[in-house]
Design a protein around this ligand. Structure first.
Ligand code: ATP
Length: 451
């Protein structure tokens, strides 16, 4: 029963996403392309906010991090060195009767889970997408779409370190698309063949790696909680020795309890010096760091917090989704998104279509646009307009009524408490800055120069 309700939640989130243009099926007018999704107008705002929140926390707010945006296409040697050409595959089996394909490691019985038919022997299926560079489609022109953003960081390690005059411990962060020809994509945007990663490679002296890894696990866990995910829906799970990737010494997965079960949002791995050693060997370039103090060369260890932007966005959506019945017994669908993540921060809703109200309302909207994403909506009853904003998670709705023309004040409604406050128009911006936590506080000389 509980499961049925939860599966239902997933369906409702998917249908809300479609109805409100948050996430849409790719190529829908041609029947859709399996497991590919497009982020619509609200979806792109939401996902950008997720990526910005990540960047702000892991790059902007830290002294020891810098950013990078590497190309998707790289020399094929990179994927030999990283081990992806030799080992990045899943065991694939086909049903001899119904022809369906499965990942052998995900099956519980020896027969087809759909029709009970006999399965073929497992064969390795490499998950990398291949394409050709230039006009000739031969093996010399073969390139891969990157299956992770991490390698772009490793191959740039030395250049970035030199150019930014860094020394370990320091990290490089990157957000970008990755592609995996997954055998069994599914659960909406949870597992797709094209997705976006938010990855950090944190380079450190080997003896500091274990402690640094533990700190990153805590910091990354806190990030999801700080952005509003309920703690009981989040957990850390340490991978067992048999689960660990060939390069990892230890990995903790941060998991979210989706309606389809506990599933990984992010993995934090101690990758040792595996990657830099491999790239040194394959490229013939020395990627070690020379420590001026100890006069020693060493290959830094790497701690890698690797998250998915789409999975995080899906977790924020599912966690924020609520259906509440109001005093009239009507169901209100609301996305209780953290203010930082909400696609639209303020909706401006004049109570009448008459120019006496719409003109000043538009002027307010215009002024607020300098600060926030704002939507202006004049169509339908005010109840309907509130509901439309609740559904996309808009934290504040500002209404203008005929009394506003006399008292020069507006009403601001809070999405979560549904409380309304009358605010003089001259105070609207500071009021929203306070509520949306965008108020800038001045430096205080006694704090700055305190001993
Ligand atoms: P899974 O076990 O779910 O396949 P993974 O352990 O292979 O994931 P990693 O290689 O550690 O994933 O990638 C880091 C992150 O990238 C994952 O935690 C996830 O958020 C995201 N990710 C990986 N594969 C996909 C995918 N097919 N679709 C969407 N996001 C993905």
């Amino acid at each position: 029963m509980v499961e049925a309700i939860q599966v239902d939640t997933m369906e409702r989130v998917v249908s809300l996403c479609k109805r409100r243009g948050i996430i849409l099926q790719s190529s829908e007018i041609y029947g859709g392309l399996a497991s590919c999704w497009d982020y619509g107008p609200y979806g792109v705002l939401l996902k950008n906010n997720v990526k910005r929140a990540w960047w702000r926390t892991v790059v902007q707010a830290r002294e020891d991090m810098v950013g990078l945006d590497a190309a998707i296409l790289m020399r094929p040697e990179v994927w030999h060195a990283s081990g992806h050409i030799e080992t990045f595959h899943d065991p694939l089996v086909d049903c001899k009767s119904c022809k369906q394909r499965f990942r052998a490691d995900q099956l519980i019985s020896a027969n087809c889970p759909v029709c009970g038919g006999e399965l073929t022997e497992p064969r390795n299926f490499n998950l990398m997408f291949k394409t050709f560079m230039g006009p000739v489609e031969d093996s010399a022109a073969l390139v891969y779409l990157r299956p992770e953003t991490a390698q772009g960081i490793f191959v740039n390690f030395r250049n970035v370190m030199t150019a930014t005059r860094r020394k370990p411990p320091f990290g490089i962060a990157q957000i970008g698309k990755a592609f995996r020809n997954e055998i069994t994509p599914g659960n909406f945007t949870f597992r797709t063949r094209e997705f976006e990663q938010m990855e950090i490679e944190y380079f450190c002296p080997p003896e500091e790696a274990d402690a640094i890894w533990e700190r990153w696990v805590e910091e990354r866990f806190r990030w999801y909680r700080d952005l509003g995910i309920r703690s009981e829906q989040l957990r850390k799970r340490q991978q067992s020795a048999t689960e660990l990737a060939h390069y990892a010494r230890a990995t903790v997965d941060i998991e979210y309890r989706f309606p389809f079960g506990w599933s990984e949002l992010e993995g934090i791995a101690n990758r040792t010096d595996y990657d830099l050693a491999q790239h040194s060997r394959h490229s013939g370039q020395d990627l070690s760091y020379f420590d001026e103090e100890t006069k020693q060369h060493y290959l830094p260890y790497v701690v890698e917090p690797s998250a998915g932007a789409d999975r995080a966005t899906l977790a924020f959506l599912v966690d924020a989704f609520a259906e509440q019945s109001d005093d009239k017994g009507e169901i209100r669908t609301v996305l209780q998104l953290h203010h930082q993540l909400a696609p639209i921060k303020v909706a401006i809703l004049p109570l009448s279509k008459k120019p006496e109200l719409t003109e000043p309302a538009r002027r307010i909207a215009e002024a607020l646009r300098a600060w926030w994403t704002v939507e202006f909506d004049v169509t339908g009853s005010i109840g309907k307009r509130y509901r439309r904003q609740d559904e996309i998670g808009t934290p504040y709705c500002l209404t203008l009524d005929f009394a506003s023309l006399d008292d020069h004040a507006v009403t601001i409604r809070d999405r979560d408490s549904m409380c309304q406050e009358r605010v003089p128009v001259v105070d609207v911006i500071p009021y929203l800055q306070e509520k949306l936590a965008t108020k800038i506080t001045n430096l205080q000389s006694d704090t700055i120069f305190s001993k």
